[in-house]
Design a protein around this ligand. Structure first.
Ligand code: RFL
Ligand code: PHB
Length: 394
């Protein structure tokens, strides 16, 4: 089996890459370990930066997002019992974000790819990478468990298989540069059948811990509360979750979050991680395979989309003119943006979560930071320009 680009992982990174390459007449094959139903049903991100929205629109996969997504021109920060609006539109010269669920982006991309006749192998197993430092790298995989081991030969491999996939680990340990930070925070996320509580997202710093009120549709809302990362979801009855949300976000003037049936709940832990070796021979890592951010800045999927824009253009220049200049600079171009998104996500996370090991002094500094960011135009502007997404510098 042979193709131009072998892609491991059908998350936003892998699907978007396959789509962009197709628009340039470049062939690819995607290998995904989960089923189509699973990838289209996994609840994750919700916030798309303006640049991600523009990219999806410009490449013909934004139609449903424009109909069903919600444009937000600001966010609210709540602390000390008061709410403060960051007017992102005004502070960034008209930029905004769109709330549209990641699994809807996945559905749109899978549909577009399959309609164009793309080859996506779902439910594959035993994926491994070989001959990365040759011009004919190979992917081994099984189409069915216990089935025979098959081989794909290609010109390039894109490792778009998330944090736990095999691609990053295929880079020899001696040359792989990895940097990470683990946080003592977890997020318990819920999907609830309730009406929206607010036209914009509310990020809350409360003495009991962080809370975030987000949305998905007029009928379904997405909320998060900070919990211990080692806590188990079975310890959280629906009643306990609502009680905790009320305690953290309800206001003295009678404003209250609306309860309703919880249709999905889980706990995720938080880390910041960068693999600075984003390319090795003919292997290129993109998205969560190369970097993880804590979700407080809403950056993960957007970073994946930015990596893919660079990679797709680099591969396309290679086939058009044998010019490898962009491909050679792939890590360097991506990492500038990745590190800035890491900084922002780290800053939002430490500003908004309660660290129960902090001293009263640390807590004082944290509240001063929130006070500053909501009362200084310069500080609000800095938050806003990062939240809507920094430009990609080539
Ligand atoms: P993904 O989405 O993890 O996709 C990787 C795919 O690779 C497959 N795979 C394999 N395939 C074949 N063989 C193997 N051995 C394989 N191993 C894995 C997996 O099954 C999967 O389908 O990575 P990708 O494409 O890089 O996309 C990254 C995003 O998913 C991620 O960064 C975001 O979800 C992060 N994130 C957010 N990002 C935003 O931009 N805005 C947000 O509002 C936002 N909110 C969030 C988030 C992540 C969250 N969690 C769950 C950590 C909120 C949360 C709670
Ligand atoms: C979400 O709606 O899932 C969401 C929103 C904002 C974040 C993270 C997740 O910072």
């Amino acid at each position: 089996m042979q193709t131009q680009v072998g892609i491991i992982g059908a998350g936003p990174a892998g699907l978007l890459l396959s789509h962009l390459l197709h628009l340039q007449g470049i062939e690819s094959i995607i290998f995904e370990s989960r089923s189509r139903e699973e990838i289209e049903g996994t609840i994750r991100a919700g916030v798309l930066e303006q640049g991600t929205v523009d990219l999806l629109n410009a490449t013909g996969v934004g139609e449903r997002m424009m109909k069903e997504g919600h444009v937000h021109h600001g966010i609210e920060l709540q602390f000390n019992g008061k709410r403060h609006r960051i007017n992102m539109g005004e502070l960034t010269g008209g930029k905004n974000i769109t709330v549209y669920a990641q699994h809807e982006v996945i559905k749109d991309l899978v549909a577009a790819r399959l309609q164009a006749g793309a080859k996506i192998y779902f439910n594959v197993s035993d994926v491994s990478l070989h001959d990365l430092d040759s011009t004919t790298p190979k992917i081994h995989f099984r189409q069915e468990k216990e089935g025979e081991l098959l081989e794909l030969t290609c010109d390039f491999i894109a490792g778009c298989d998330g944090f736990h996939g095999p691609s990053r680990k295929a880079i020899p340990k001696e040359v792989r540069i990895e940097k990470q930070k683990i946080y003592p925070f977890g997020w318990l996320g819920i999907l609830a059948k309730t009406p929206p509580v607010n036209p914009e997202l509310i990020y809350t710093n409360h003495e009991r811990g962080f809370a975030l009120l987000s949305t998905r549709s007029p009928e379904v809302q997405r909320h998060y509360i900070q919990v211990d990362p080692s806590d188990h979801i079975d310890n959280w009855s629906d009643d306990r979750i609502w009680t905790e949300l009320h305690a953290r976000v309800d206001m003295a003037d009678g404003w209250t979050v609306k309860d309703g049936p919880i249709i999905q709940k889980n706990i995720v832990s938080m880390r910041s991680f960068v693999c600075e070796t984003m390319q090795y021979g003919r292997l290129f890592l993109a998205g969560d395979a190369a970097h993880i951010v804590p979700p407080t800045g809403a950056k993960g999927l957007n970073l994946a989309a930015a990596d893919i824009q660079v990679l797709a253009r680099g591969i396309s220049e290679y086939y058009q003119s044998s010019n490898e200049n962009l491909l050679e600079r792939y890590s360097e171009i991506c990492l500038r943006r990745v590190w800035k998104a890491q900084r922002f996500s780290y800053w939002m996370t430490t500003m908004l979560h309660r660290n129960f090991e902090h001293s009263p002094f640390d807590a004082g500094i944290q509240l001063a930071e929130l006070d500053y960011v909501t009362s200084s135009n310069a500080a609000s502007k800095s938050l806003a320009e990062n939240y809507v997404g920094l430009p990609l510098e080539w």
